[in-house]
Design a protein around this ligand. Structure first.
Ligand SMILES: [Zn+2]
Length: 152
């Protein structure tokens, strides 16, 4: 499975990729050099909208994709076309959209005091990030992402 390093300005795309189960880092405070070095070490594909970053990757023979689309569905389509990846939505594959951590299944009872009452009534399946402990469930946000993916 492809691993990615999304350049700054690609925050939304990195959240989508994590939801789809792809190990994705997102550049915030790191320098371009740090991003490139980590990508070499981890065998990550650098995603960027910057020609400068793209040219640096080519020079150093780092796998990269220069994204021309501004909107996330266009960007996902570019990734799909270039790397032949499968964008199937599956909750067990998801990674934390905030920190890229693995999600673990949780029973509703265990996390009942950490979710809104309405959510507890409406949903039965929950996951918790193993790193930042954010709770996830298959809610409306999930449906939005599924819709975006199905239209690619
Ligand atoms: Zn997390």
């Amino acid at each position: 499975m492809c691993k990615f390093y999304a350049d700054s300005m690609l925050g939304k795309l990195s959240r989508y990729l994590r939801f789809l189960g792809f190990d994705t880092l997102y550049r915030t405070d790191e320098s371009i050099d740090e991003m490139l070095q980590i990508s070499v070490d981890d065998n990550r594909i650098v995603l960027s909208r910057s020609q400068e970053v793209f040219q640096l990757c080519i020079k150093r023979e780092i796998k990269t994709l220069f994204l021309t689309n501004i909107d996330v569905s266009g960007q996902l389509r570019e990734i799909k076309d270039n790397f032949n990846v499968d964008f199937a939505c599956h909750p067990l594959k998801m990674r934390c959209s905030v920190c890229n951590g693995d999600l673990k299944e949780k029973s509703k009872l265990d996390i009942l005091n950490r979710i809104p009452e309405g959510t507890a009534k409406e949903y039965d399946d929950f996951w918790e990030c193993s790193k930042c402990f954010k709770i996830y469930w298959v809610g409306s946000h999930w449906e939005d992402i599924k819709k975006t993916i199905s239209e690619l």
